[in-house]
Design a protein around this ligand. Structure first.
Ligand SMILES: [Zn+2]
Length: 63
């Protein structure tokens, strides 16, 4: 089960292939090679990475 690295919510919606959205804190998540990448959607629609905020341990995604 995918869990949001930011807020630990499991209220995650799928928005594309390997792409997810956290309905609790409104960040976008993508999964690549077992690591969750986190992105914030800016007001102008661009994505900025939040990965620096998390340890790799927190971002690891295991099935
Ligand atoms: Zn979240």
């Amino acid at each position: 089960m995918l869990k949001c690295p930011n807020c630990a919510s499991k209220d995650i919606g799928k928005i594309g292939i390997n792409q997810y959205y956290c309905w609790n804190c409104f960040i976008e998540l993508s999964v690549a090679k077992g690591i969750i990448n986190t992105h914030q959607v800016e007001e102008d629609g661009t994505l900025s990475s939040l990965d620096d905020l998390f340890e790799e341990e927190e971002r690891r995604y295991t099935l």
